[in-house]
Design a protein around this ligand. Structure first.
Ligand SMILES: Cc1cc2nc3c(=O)[nH]c(=O)nc-3n(C[C@H](O)[C@H](O)[C@H](O)COP(=O)(O)O)c2cc1C
Length: 187
């Protein structure tokens, strides 16, 4: 079987980010399942807040073009995004907005999977739905139904750093689906 390339990143660059921890777990687990995984931090792709005047005067920032190229080099993308006020964070939205300005077509030719981690009991579920809206309705992406929602996230891992039950089985199903979905986009 061919190996799909899967990109993993968190929608937080905060030191000690719960979503970065989730992204690390996702990247490690997907690698263990045989995917060719790239795990990046948005810290390495700093972008100004989107401003149409800035784009008109300076064009798209180099980091938006770099990130677009990274998206384009993968068949699957896993985004672990925090929830702010029941929605997607500014960092996530701004990042997706800039990449869409480089070429929105990149969203239509790969598989997306979503995760969220929060100390709250809803596990960032509302941010998952908001991110799905941006990707599906806004960008025309395929976003798989299986998601990873980690509630009370600082207590959700076992001593090996693996997601503990009740979330682990659901997460495993999401990872297997992402690999299967990404395979459909292999050249
Ligand atoms: C402006 C703001 C709004 C927030 N709103 C929510 C919320 O609606 N639901 C929730 O579960 N957590 C909310 N939080 C808490 C974040 O989920 C928490 O800070 C989380 O650790 C952020 O993700 P990170 O650890 O990956 O940086 C909010 C945090 C901030 C700063």
């Amino acid at each position: 079987m061919s190996t799909p390339k899967i990109l993993v990143f968190a929608g937080s660059i905060r030191t000690g980010s719960l979503n970065e921890r989730l992204a690390s777990y996702v990247a490690r687990t997907l690698s263990g399942l045989g995917a060719d995984v790239t795990h990046i931090s948005l810290k390495d792709y700093a972008l100004p807040l989107y401003d149409g005047d800035l784009e008109a005067s300076d064009g798209q920032p180099e980091n938006a073009k770099r990130l677009h190229a990274v998206f384009a080099a993968h068949q699957g993308i896993f985004l672990a995004g925090p929830e702010y006020n029941a929605s997607v964070t500014p960092l996530t939205k701004n990042t997706l907005d800039w990449v869409s300005r480089v070429d929105i077509g990149v969203f239509r030719t790969r598989a997306f999977a979503l995760g969220a981690a929060s100390e709250g009991r809803l596990g960032g579920y509302r941010s998952l739905m908001a991110t799905r809206q941006v990707l599906e309705l806004g960008c025309g992406a395929f976003v798989q139904p299986e998601m990873v929602s980690v509630a009370q996230a600082s207590k959700a891992y076992d001593d090996n750093g693996d997601l503990a039950e009740p979330g682990r089985k659901t997460a495993q199903r999401a990872f297997q689906s992402l690999i299967a979905n990404a395979l459909r986009y292999l050249p």
